[in-house]
Design a protein around this ligand. Structure first.
Ligand SMILES: Nc1ncnc2c1ncn2[C@@H]1O[C@H](COP(=O)(O)OP(=O)(O)O)[C@@H](O)[C@H]1O
Ligand SMILES: [Mg+2]
Length: 362
């Protein structure tokens, strides 16, 4: 049995039902093993807890509105306190019946993959609840919510340039870890990287969340042909959407879109704009290497004294390479990590910020 977690879940739920046609009831592992994802696991999961529905209700005062912190495609997210006193984020699956099978699949992928990953720039999964038809994911609670809210003025803290660089650098490190084989033995494509899936802790360290669409890349393969294109509008790699071929570079494209959001403060897709101006990449891609035009799209909220022209120009150049149409022309995530580290360093040095606050990270 390749996945320890799957195995324990199978044992727990195995006696409950023998019906293998309903996606909501127990299926032995071979029925829902992620296709073509023969894992070559090198790491064991580090102990996700299994919770009951009652524990989820107790933690959130029965999912009261005061505990709600957000809502996404899977359902609502609540802030909760476990019996141990630990404060957590609880994501409750609330899907219409026609989406339940897809939701169940995403739930299992999330538990399966995330419970085996440990990195300072990936959100930690504390546990899950699969009680009858109820499904919950329990994560570490990240006090500063998601990046998009901060860029769009909902968050209380205005993000200056060094803070944005820190977030970009942290998120790049998280993605680079996923893309390396050090995570589970083979590379993982996240497939839903976006600014609402970058969560921020009290210290504004970036942590990537939502692994329900993640895909383990079959060994030795650089592309994976998918029947359906999944992800979020505004972040879709044009090569993936036109050919169905998923690569690690699809995440690099989405990462480039987030860099553009950090630079301009605009949304990846802004439906309040006219049809030709809704897509951020299409709006700004062609001006990233032209300083006169570039300076006009820098987020007006950015404190002018927090950035140098050089750091903005180098950052914009990196963003423009990440969103290239041809996926082979995009940099790797490791290259992004190294370039962002250098940009952080030169920006803080030029502004006379104390260098001891800048830690070189490997
Ligand atoms: N671990 C967490 N800690 C704090 N807030 C969270 C956490 N997970 C999710 N949230 C909040 O709940 C919102 C909804 O999350 P989600 O269901 O993943 O949808 P989406 O990614 O589309 O925003 C997030 O945007 C974020 O603000
Ligand atoms: Mg999310």
């Amino acid at each position: 049995m390749p996945f320890g977690l799957v195995s324990s879940w199978s044992k727990r739920r195995g006696k409950k039902s023998k019906d293998h046609s309903d996606p909501w009831v127990y299926k032995p592992v071979e029925f829902w093993q992620l296709e073509d994802q023969t894992p070559h696991a090198t790491k064991k999961h580090h102990g996700s807890s299994v919770f009951t529905l009652k524990e989820m209700e107790d933690a959130t005062c029965s999912f009261s509105d005061e505990h709600m912190v957000g809502k996404g495609g899977f359902g609502r997210v609540y802030r909760g306190t476990l019996r141990s006193g630990e404060v957590v984020a609880i994501k409750k699956m609330e899907l219409p019946p026609f989406k339940e099978a897809q939701g169940e699949r995403e739930f299992r992928v999330e538990v399966d993959i995330l419970s085996r990953l440990s990195h300072p720039n990936l959100v930690s999964l504390i546990g899950y609840c699969a009680d009858g038809k109820h499904r919950f994911l329990v994560y570490e609670y990240l006090q500063n919510g998601n990046l998009q809210d901060h860029l769009n003025g909902i968050g209380e803290v205005k993000m200056d340039w060094p803070l944005r660089l820190k977030v970009a650098h942290g998120a790049a490190r998280g993605l680079a870890f996923l893309h390396s084989s050090s995570a589970v033995g083979i590379p993982i494509v996240h497939r839903d990287f976006k600014s609402t899936n970058i969560l921020l802790n009290a210290n504004f360290d970036a942590k990537i969340s939502d692994f329900g669409l993640a895909k383990l890349m079959p060994e030795g393969q650089e592309t994976y042909l998918t029947a359906r294109v999944l992800g979020t509008f505004g972040y879709f790699d044009p090569q993936y959407t036109s050919t169905g071929k998923l690569t690690l570079q699809s995440d690099v494209y989405a990462f480039g879109v987030v860099l553009l959001e950090l630079l301009t403060g605009r949304r990846a897709v802004d439906l309040s704009q006219g049809p030709s101006d809704q897509n951020l990449v299409l709006q700004v891609r062609h001006i990233m290497n032209d300083w006169k035009k570039l300076r006009k799209v820098i987020d007006p909220e950015l404190n002018r004294s927090s950035y140098t022209r050089e750091s903005i120009a180098t950052f914009a150049n990196l963003a423009s390479r990440c969103v290239r149409i041809e996926s082979s022309e995009r940099p790797s995530m490791i290259e992004c990590v190294n370039e962002l580290q250098m940009i952080r360093y030169t920006n803080s040095r030029a502004l006379g910020m104390p260098l001891h606050t800048f830690k070189i990270v490997k």
